[in-house]
Each structure stands twice: as C-alpha cells, then as structure tokens.
Design a protein around this ligand. Structure first.
Ligand code: AHR
Length: 495
C-alpha cells in the first residue's frame, strides 16, 4: 500500500521553532564530566576544559538551546558550590546518579562558556526542591545583573564583569518526584513564590518555565494551568520511550522485530500525550501564550552491561534514529504550542548524540537525524495531508511512515521522511501543490543501517552515516515518488 502526502507549499501553517531541536545535559554519569568537560590539564585536547572533539561535533548541529544542570540533579544543586577557583570548590556526593563525587569543576562560568562556544541559548534549571528563594534570586542576579550589587561583584571577582544573557529559566524539575514529591497544588504555590524573584534585570527578559507533568498526568497540567498559568511562559512535559517496563526496560542493542515495533509504537504515544496536554492548556490559555516544553524526551533502555547503573549509559542504534525522526515530526505537528524540546541527554547518557570512550568518540544515528533535519530550524511549517500505510506486528498497527515539510528562508522546500517498518520498503507519493517552480531539482540524504541494531563505536564510527539518496523521482504528473528502504530516515531538498 502506498503512503500518500499532499504538501501545500503555498500554505504555511506556523514556524518550526528551532528550540524543538534543543538538548539537555545533566550532571549525570559521563555526560558533563568526561563527555563535555575534561578540565584544562587533560591530555584530551580542550578549549578551557571543554573537550574539542565533542565541542566540534555539537557545533555541527547548530544546537539552539541547552538545558542544564538537571534533571533531578537540579533540585540538589547549589550554584555557589560551582563558582570561584576550581581547587576550592566543594566536593559533594551526586546522590541521584551513582553516588559519585561531584567536584563542581563544571559550574556556571563553564556552562555559560559552553553555550557561547556552541552559539546556543542557555536554559538554566533552578533548584526549588532543596534550594531557597534567595538562592534562586541570587543566581539570576549573578547571571544577569549589570549594575552594582553583591552578586554582580561576586561575578566580577570570579573573572566576569559583564552580565550574561539568560533567556530560559526553569523553576524546579520533576517536583512531583525527585524534585520534592510535591502535590500539584503545593508546587503551584511554590512556583508562584519562587518565580516572583526570578527577576528581569536590565534588558534581560526571562522566559519562566514551570515544572509540568510526566506522561499521562493530566491532573498536574490542569492544576498548574489553573493556579499558576498567569505566572509562567512555559510548562514542561517529560516523556521517555521505554520498550519494556521500568524494572526491565530492554537492551539498547540486543532486540528483535517485536521490540523494534514496540519501541516505535511507544514513541508515537508522544502525539497523543501532547494532544491531550494541549487540550487542557487550551482551556485556560486559548491564545496559546504559554508554551508546552518537552524538556526531557528520548529512549531509555537498560544500561550497557558492566556499566554503573546510575550512569544511564546506553548505545544508540537505527531504532533510536527512527524514534528521533518520528518524534521530531510530532513536535512539528504541534508547533502551535510546543516551542521547545530537549532530548535527553547530549553525551553518554540515554539517547545521546555523542558517545565517548576515553579520548575517542562516535556520533550516534540520533546525531545524524538532528544533523539532517537542521534545515527545519525556524522554517515555515507547511500544511500536509497525509495517509500512511499500516505497519502491523502481532495484530497491532501503527503508521508505516511519517512525513514533515517546511520551507526555509532560502525558499527551498525540505521534506523529511521516515519508514518505521523493520522489513518492508515504503512506497510514498508526494504531491506538491502551490510550488512556484514545479520542476525544481530534488536532492536527498538517507540514513540507513545494515541491521536494525546498527550503531557506531569509536572503532567503527561510520557504520551508520548519511549517504546521498537517489530514491526520489518526479513523475510526468509532477508527483514525487519515493522508495524508502525499511528502517530508514531521509531528507529531501526541493529547490
Ligand atoms: O534524564 C534522566 C532523569 O530523568 C532526569 O534527571 C529526570 O528529570 C528524569 O526523571
């Protein structure tokens, strides 16, 4: 059966906010330490302590926004422990994640430097769970106040006279769980209090983000919108794709067709979730002023055998590439309300884009999807009528393919496509209406593995990598016919 899309090139229906391609880096396992930060004295080539190979890889993605320092870590983090001479910084236990020593060598200045080097917006997650209002207020003052004040002086003493710009600030993380086990009514009140002191200094304008729900907790969204909606700019949603159950999530690499299918089926739940949380938000905020921010998403498997269970280190295969592509398409579809998303997590943790081993690294299939889809950043989302063929395993069906189309500032059309089927090529017909140049050239890129669990390692860094794609042809009637190999992702540029 054919998958059919009619793309209305003359009907833009919104903007794909580039922040949908955001990332999340927590003090967890080897994400910050080893993955990003090696220190200035390391034998690994670095820029003021940030490893160059990873930095260069991340620069290639045009990361728009980076969330830090957690996650659960955020509500235990006391920012003053991470400033001043590194040798004097407090050593603490990272209780959430592996019980290892956190030496606080990567702190506010190091994070802001990383954002500068990446050319991205910082999204700082403050501590509501175990921190004080004063502590949160002072962090914002330290970061953004340009005049004379105790925190501005402290910043200058630490080598930074000028304030930074901070656009995004989260007031707590998962406060229904690791961030304090609060009830929504209690958190809503706490949020109202804390956010009062997250001030706009000078011309810095902070987009205040409240902790939102996990998965299907619609009651949380309802209470937050009702009690605190007018005090927030964004409300978060966390959803992870776990193939099995929490206690036995499943292996990242050792899986068959059933687990492939089950994982993708669970990834597609994101569409239903966003839809339902949006309906609640629409009730309180029909003008869509408040953004839904999916600041934690991605696959979560059992850790790689022999690794610290608290480090959440997992490999990343073509299955993850498909989860990434299909999820990004869902975000596009809901671009009217979803204006930021942050994949968890950037390096060495969960669905990472980069994996490191000592002084070596590999780009994951997920990296390549983010790279291929860069043309969608801030592009006009185009109206699309789409009918997918069914992909059925064990009597359950999901759509075989997923498609999204946008027009970039250069006028070119970009159509991203994925074929979720583990074993069948997909025939797609793309009818392009309203194109100003109906015979514009088509160029394509394809990401495909030699096995469902194909992945990259430092020994085999290019086993999965994008290649030119010649499977899209324009017929006499102008319709573009695409044959998309099983388990693959493609990006077409038309124009
Ligand atoms: O990303 C790992 C953890 O998942 C985060 O710290 C937490 O917010 C979520 O439960």
């Amino acid at each position: 059966m054919t998958n059919r899309a009619v793309i209305n090139a003359d009907r833009p229906i919104g903007t794909i906010n580039r922040n949908l391609y955001g990332h999340f880096a927590e003090h967890l396992g080897r994400c910050i330490y080893e993955g990003i930060w090696v220190g200035e004295d390391s034998a690994i080539p670095n820029t003021k302590g940030i490893r160059n190979d990873v930095l260069q890889a991340l620069q290639g993605l045009n990361i728009p926004v980076l969330r830090w320092p957690g996650g659960c870590f955020a509500d235990e983090y006391h920012w003053k422990d991470g400033i001043g001479p590194r040798a004097d910084r407090k050593r603490m236990v990272n209780t959430h994640w592996g019980g290892v020593v956190e030496n606080n060598h990567f702190g506010t200045h190091e994070f802001m430097l990383l954002c500068e080097l990446l050319g991205c917006e910082p999204y700082i997650n403050g501590n509501l769970g175990s921190g004080t209002v004063q502590e949160m207020q002072e962090w914002v003052e330290y970061l953004t106040f340009g005049g004379e004040s105790p925190m501005a002086s402290l910043r200058a003493e630490n080598g930074r006279a000028q304030p930074w710009k901070v656009a995004y600030f989260g007031v707590g993380n998962e406060n229904w769980g690791c961030g304090g086990n609060m009830r929504p009514e209690y958190y809503a009140d706490e949020y109202r209090r804390y956010q009062t002191y997250v001030r706009n200094y000078g011309d810095n304008r902070i987009f205040r983000i409240a902790c939102g729900a996990s998965d299907f907790d619609f009651a949380w969204t309802d209470v937050l919108m009702r009690e605190a909606g007018r005090f927030m700019d964004g409300l978060t949603l966390h959803y992870y794709t776990i193939p099995g159950v929490w206690a036995e999530k499943g292996s990242a690499t050792d899986f068959g067709a059933e687990a492939w299918f089950g994982t993708l089926r669970k990834a597609l739940v994101m569409d239903e979730l966003i839809g339902k949380h949006k309906t609640i938000m629409d009730r309180y905020d029909p003008a869509k002023r408040i953004s839904l921010i999916v600041d934690e998403w991605g696959t979560w498997y059992d850790v790689e055998p022999g690794t610290n269970p608290g480090f959440l280190y997992q490999q990343n295969t073509m299955r993850d590439a498909l989860v990434a592509a299909a999820t990004l398409h869902i975000f596009h579809k809901h671009a009217d309300r979803v204006r930021m998303a942050n994949i968890a997590q950037t390096v060495n943790v969960l669905q990472a884009v980069v994996l490191t081993e000592g002084d070596r690294m590999a780009l994951t299939p997920t990296y390549h999807v983010f790279d291929m889809f860069k043309a969608h950043h801030d592009a006009e989302l185009l109206d699309l009528d789409f009918a997918a063929a069914p992909y059925t395993v064990g009597g359950v069906s999901i759509p075989q393919t997923s498609v999204s189309a946008s027009r970039g500032k250069d006028g070119a059309l970009h159509v991203s496509l994925c074929n979720l089927s583990h074993d069948e090529a997909a025939a797609l017909s793309l009818e392009l209406r309203g194109l100003s140049a109906p015979d514009a050239p088509i160029a394509g890129t394809l990401l495909q593995g030699d096995a469902l669990n194909a992945h990259n390692t430092p020994e085999q860094p290019d086993r999965v990598r994008p290649v030119p794609f010649a499977g899209a042809e324009r017929g006499a009637d102008g319709t573009i016919r695409v044959t998309l190999p099983a388990a693959s992702v493609a990006m077409l540029r038309i124009g």
